[in-house]
Design a protein around this ligand. Sequence first.
Ligand code: FDA
Length: 308
Amino acid sequence: MPVLRSAFIALSRNAGLRRFSERSSLGRRMSSRFVAGMEPAEVIAACEALNRQGIAATLDSLGENVTTPAEAQTSAAIYHRLLDEIERRKLNANVSVKLTQMGMDLGSGLAEEIVAGLVDHAIAANSFVRVDMEGTEYTDATIELVRRIHARPGSRGHVGIVIQAYLYRSEQDIQTLLGDGIRIRLCKGAYKEPPDKAFPAKADVDANFVKLAGLLLRSGIYHGIATHDEKMISATRQFVREHGIDPASFEFQMLYGVRRDLQTALVKEGFGMRVYVPFGHEWYPYFMRRLAERPANVLFIARNMLRK
Ligand code: FDA
């Protein structure tokens, strides 16, 4: 399986296959299991459907590693529109952004200015901006940028970050971020990282996830525990029970189209659940990372396509 994971992650960076797939209608049909649609109206409809089931959403306009400031501004404009729609329609939703989509590769000043503008909008709309975590070449810069924006008056509670349990450094980063009072989404990590930066063995990633989740759950700050792994969910449940933690003081988070059964079961149990809902034409790298996490998805998608 690690071989297949690496193969899909390598494919996620293949520009030719990406261009071909994103333009083909077959590619779009395949992606529809994990991507809510191509246009903002489709993601709003998906969000409303989740909200009706008692599930909150975080909306993600797909795209990463933009190459011009104009592209970064276009991406930001979509997010401003989403924040307007969230406020206008009173959706139970916030937004998730990637710094490389906001121009991080073009100099951190641009991304910081754009994200600060989005956080200001979220403050006015009483919403929240989650900054996703990308590969380790961006970890330091992402943490520093979020800390600076969070330190501005009024930003507390309106901007948060993601920490990946597969990185050795994450416990230290969590201590720093908790010291600032920053909301964290804990996930395992979706990129290919070398063994000097990330635990190569899944068992070690899982053990670190459980340990880090414990730090978050006891911090008194509202965090997101983002996983579809029933072992991680059981460990969280047990920790909450044993430490008398209020289930309303954190939320579980899952990806659109993944373990929908578990999403509704946790809501029925009384836990908060937020689903990450991506949309947009640039779905290819995101979709390939989902196949990397579970190569059996290829068969699953192929079967569904044949049934249509
Ligand atoms: P794991 O991969 O061990 O899977 C456990 C089980 O869950 C599998 O056996 C399968 O049953 C199910 N499962 C997992 N993935 C599946 C899939 N794609 N399709 C079907 N079933 C699947 N990463 C990152 O690096 N930066 C980020 O900012 C984010 N953001 C983020 C937000 C949210 C809300 C979630 C849920 C995840 C992320 N991730 C992420 C992705 C994360 O790092 C990780 O790659 C996936 O969540 C898969 O890890 P699991 O914890 O689900 O466990």
